[in-house]
Design a protein around this ligand. Sequence first.
Ligand code: PKZ
Length: 183
Amino acid sequence: MKHKVLRKQENSRMCLVCGVKNDFGLKASFYELDNGELAGIFTPREEHQSYPGIAHGGISAAILDETIGRAIMVTDRDMLGYTVELNLKYKKHVPLGQKLIVIGRITREKSRTFEGTGEIILANGEVAASATAKYLKVPLDKMPSFQEDSEDRMEWQVNISENDPREIEYEQKTDMKTCLRLG
Ligand SMILES: CCCCCCCCCCCCCCCC(=O)SCCNC(=O)CCNC(=O)[C@H](O)C(C)(C)COP(=O)(O)OP(=O)(O)OC[C@H]1O[C@@H](n2cnc3c(N)ncnc32)[C@H](O)[C@@H]1OP(=O)(O)O
């Protein structure tokens, strides 16, 4: 099923996953979809390698952690979280040099915490890694670096690009295999 992109989320300055000025980072972009899920797009590079040609498992953990953590922003734009628990299953190698998709969603929300799940999807639609995670809620304005005049605050912004997809197509099947296409 095709899912319309409703909103691109903000990128940060130096985060390993979304920092636009972090030259060693993934520079991932995140898109809120019309089904309430969050899609991330990223391309692991040589800097992110474990064995030759394969992304490090810690990189998969980082992108899944961030995608699930950011999924809370789909319903509350001013909320983020501190990760308190992250569990991963590594099913396939994550290749370097290919554009990949990661999907995240919130599965449970309480007053102080939220939980979610996510998957990294390969170009052929297979799930390379899946995760469940739990976060302590932290309103954006309570983040230590959130002062109106700080560099981090100023550069926390939506960066529109001509490469941003208008829709993303994927199907969540019962065996967790997912097919996708960017439009
Ligand atoms: C200016 C703007 C720039 C923005 C730029 C943003 C960049 C965009 C990033 C977005 C991406 C987000 C995703 C990446 C987010 C990280 O990477 S955060 C970094 C990694 N995580 C951490 O550093 C957290 C370290 N832990 C801590 O500091 C403390 O444990 C905490 C989180 C403050 C909690 O402390 P506390 O308040 O004493 O916790 P407590 O009351 O005991 O527990 C609260 C809840 O958490 C649970 N919990 C606490 N600890 C644990 C644990 N270790 N294991 C399991 N459960 C636990 C408890 O069970 C409890 O749950 P409930 O029973 O309420 O369901």
